[in-house]
Design a protein around this ligand. Structure first.
Ligand code: G3I
Length: 455
């Protein structure tokens, strides 16, 4: 906030303190803050009659007297909150930080929301996708949601940079925003690679999806072998989550707080070190830690095989229900590492239906589509037959995603740019061509399939 605004805030705060301390005979008796902070919160919607107008709803709940003021992010003076909805018009394209400042005798809290405006008006979910009218790029064809891909700090220049900026408006770090990379030894962080990725996103107006704070497969050895007490372990996790979320506040729009917590087969919680040391409610604890640091960042739960495994899907939605009851989750990430011949459309739709029915954002988070699920080692190239079957499956995913209600749209993310960079090649050890671009960054039929599915 600009300095004059802080000064004004402090003046309001002092005025409230004095007002709450003055006694009947006019003598100012400072009784000290008898209140606790009231957490500012608000929701917004885009006017159904004017795409350049938002309706702001102050949802702050608190005990005792407090004042609410709006900063509409347009450089104008604060506005006292009035009963009912605040209507605000943004005619100029750009990005605006809308803030609600709630003040009482204990101090003030701030809730904020980034509003993006383009030539079509205010962008739904802050995603300016061209309204699905520009088929010359993936992000231009997407209507009201982001199109994402993964990045590494050494793949942000040259053709990687050109393709990312042409087709995508959301990026996920493939591995460099995980605990084992950012927090390699106790008390020592390494934010070099993650800063490079976040700075690239911010510099290019590309949303950054944080992946993943807690994952059993990316846990540093020192955490696996943590020698302190359980309470000290939990404090360490809280400090790690606070350190990362504070560093990237306002720059990373969303986080996978916990990734892949469900055991294959049993559909029970994996017996990770986090569960062992923090208890069966470690997931709720980790999301509360994140929410306590940044009430505005979007919090996702992310997992795989949710389409093909109905038991795992049910277990995942049980986690989502527990988190939703505590207002600790905003969305579900379905990884969708699938094949040209499965899972069926109906199984993928079941993941969407369960997410939408819970009023959560849907992230198709790690899409790749195997063309050689049989593991044929003699395959040397992508046949035209398999290329067309893969195109059909990508088109199916794009159609399913495009049909999601606007309020539940977030991002359609592919897990890699070009075939020869896919993790699947090492993972399965057989040839495959799972992505949208070939080894020369040329779009494949799969790319056309996504464009057609977005129409
Ligand atoms: O780049 C370094 C290289 O410099 C170094 O010599 C080498 C040996 O240490 O490591 C290389 O980094 C590896 C990186 O992939 C790039 O190849 C990391 O060790 C390795 O852990 C990392 O694997 C990633 C894996 O998650 C674990 O973080 C994969 O790229 C990534 O595709 C994979 O993605 C996961 C999602 O996060 C969750 N869902 C499943 C998905 C596939 O496993």
């Amino acid at each position: 906030m600009k300095n004059f605004k802080i000064t004004k805030l402090l003046a309001i705060f002092i005025a409230i303190v004095i007002a709450s301390c003055s006694s009947d005979d006019g003598e100012v008796v400072f009784t000290g803050p008898s209140q606790t902070l009231v957490q500012a919160s608000f929701t917004y919607s885009i006017s159904s009659t004017n795409p350049n107008v938002i309706l702001l709803n102050n949802t702050t709940q608190g005990q005792g007297e407090f004042t609410s003021e709006w900063d509409f992010g347009d450089g104008e003076a604060y506005t006292m909150d009035e009963p009912g909805l605040e209507e605000v018009s943004y005619s100029q394209p750009g990005q605006y930080e809308v803030r609600l400042i709630v003040t009482n005798t204990a101090g003030f809290t701030v809730a904020s929301q980034t509003i993006r405006v383009d030539e079509n008006g205010i962008c739904p979910n802050s995603v300016c996708g061209g309204g699905g009218t520009d088929p010359s790029s993936l992000k231009g064809a997407a209507n009201g949601f982001s199109v994402g891909t993964i990045v590494r700090d050494n793949r942000l220049t040259g053709m990687h940079d050109e393709v990312i900026r042409r087709d995508f408006n959301n990026i996920t770090s493939e591995y460099q925003m995980k605990m084992n990379i950012m927090y390699p030894s106790e008390g020592t962080y390494d934010f070099g690679p993650s800063d490079a990725i976040v700075d690239y996103g911010v510099a290019n107006g590309i949303d950054v999806h944080g992946h993943a704070l807690i994952w059993h497969n990316a846990t540093p050895n020192w955490v696996e072998n943590f020698s302190g007490t359980d309470a000290e372990f939990e404090d360490m996790v809280r400090d790690y989550i606070r350190t990362v979320l504070e560093r990237y506040r306002g720059k990373v729009r969303s986080w996978d707080v916990v990734n892949e917590a469900i055991e294959d087969g049993s559909n029970e919680l994996r017996n990770s070190v986090f569960r062992q040391r923090m208890g069966d409610d470690f997931i709720e604890k980790c999301y509360q830690m994140a929410r306590d640091v940044d009430p505005d960042v979007l919090l996702f739960y992310n997992d795989y095989n949710m389409a093909s495994d109905s038991g795992k899907r049910a277990a995942m939605f049980e986690i989502a229900d527990r988190l939703k009851a505590l207002d600790l989750i905003d969305g579900i990430g379905a990884q969708l590492h699938i094949s040209y011949n499965g899972p069926a459309r109906s199984e993928i739709q079941a993941v969407v239906n369960g997410t939408v029915s819970r009023d959560l954002l849907m992230h198709f988070a790690e899409i790749d589509i195997r063309t050689n699920p049989e593991g044929n080692t003699s395959v040397t190239s992508l046949s035209s037959e398999r290329a067309l079957l893969q195109k059909d499956k990508y088109k199916e995913l794009a159609e399913i995603y495009t049909d999601i209600p606007q309020a539940n749209k977030f991002a359609f993310t592919v897990w890699g740019l070009k075939d020869n960079e896919s993790w699947l090649l090492d993972f399965w050890g057989v040839p495959d061509f799972p992505l949208l671009f070939d080894a020369n960054f040329d779009p494949k039929p799969a790319y056309e399939g996504v464009l057609e599915g977005f129409q």
